[in-house]
Design a protein around this ligand. Structure first.
Ligand SMILES: NC(=O)c1ccc[n+]([C@@H]2O[C@H](COP(=O)([O-])OP(=O)(O)OC[C@H]3O[C@@H](n4cnc5c(N)ncnc54)[C@H](OP(=O)(O)O)[C@@H]3O)[C@@H](O)[C@H]2O)c1
Length: 249
């Protein structure tokens, strides 16, 4: 895939996606809240296909963007510069971290509908929100591999969803279209497809939280093929919005 992937947010998910994109021949432009200088180490690690910018410059300089910040930073995204751009929303609602958002608590909207509303003119597609960053790194497989995993995507713009499905394919995943942004609650925290199916299993008994997280990070996850993602998404029942932070998700 040619073109530049822009990342607004360069943490666990943004950094992982940047590494995968560069490894597959894409250019990336990274941004965060602290400024390009703070990303010099990551840019040096990624090599000549990577550069750092501020979020608005990253938005202007990329064909496809990933907004991968805590949901509480939504108001700070460069909405003007994102008009007309395809914006992948990886964000999840965690009230402990993001503060309570009444519209989400009442299930009036999904978190991705909220993102779309804050980014009028952007073509928002929810993706990469339902896998932990460590399984995102270790579950990627080439197209056709028997142990390839799939990820749900959702959005209101068919062309944008097709572009995001192509990106997933390049980065090592099949895409399962789960419908509109209004339907995207089906992959939000607490739903059957969210994070757990991709984990390697249950950490051995007796480990503390940090040791259990290390175990999860260090063991390869389970492949979740497209057919299983479809089943899990179909099984979802809408409950209370938002997740409870276990540590690293
Ligand atoms: N971690 C996971 O496994 C995982 C999995 C799926 C989905 N998600 C979701 O994806 C999103 C990102 O998660 P993460 O774990 O990658 O978070 P993270 O490691 O905490 O990184 C957050 C990134 O967002 C940047 N940021 C914060 N405020 C910003 C702003 N106003 N403008 C520009 N950049 C800003 C931070 O930059 P500074 O450091 O400079 O502030 C940092 O680079 C979250 O909504 C999370 O719920 C996470």
């Amino acid at each position: 895939m040619t073109g530049t992937l822009g990342l607004i947010g360069a943490g666990m998910i943004g950094g992982t996606l940047a590494r995968q994109a560069v490894a597959r021949g894409m250019e990336v432009v990274l941004s965060n809240s602290r400024g390009p200088e703070s990303l010099s180490g990551l840019v040096a690690e990624l090599g000549p296909r990577a550069r750092a910018a501020n979020p608005a410059e990253a938005a202007r300089g990329a064909d496809l963007l990933v907004a991968t910040v805590p949901l509480h930073a939504l108001d700070h995204l460069p909405s003007d510069a994102l008009v007309g751009k395809i914006v992948i929303d990886t964000m999840n609602y965690y009230p402990q971290r993001d503060q309570v958002i009444a519209e989400l608590d009442s299930n009036s909207v999904t978190s991705s509908e909220l993102v779309q509303r804050k980014l009028p003119g952007a073509r928002v597609v929810k993706a990469f929100n339902s896998i932990s960053f460590f399984n995102l790194a270790n579950a990627a497989r080439p197209s056709g591999a028997p142990d390839r995993s799939a990820l749900p995507i959702a959005g209101d713009d068919a062309e944008a969803k097709a572009a995001v499905a192509e990106l997933l394919d390049v980065l090592g995943f099949d895409a399962v279209d789960t419908g509109s942004l209004a339907e995207s609650w089906r992959s939000e925290p607490g739903t059957p497809v969210y994070v757990h199916p991709y984990l390697p299993g249950t950490p051995p008994e007796g480990l503390g939280q940090q040791e259990a997280l290390r175990w999860l990070h260090e063991n390869p996850g389970k492949p979740v093929p497209a057919a299983r993602v479809r089943e899990l998404v179909a099984e979802a029942v809408r409950g209370k919005a938002g997740g409870v932070l276990p540590g690293a998700f």
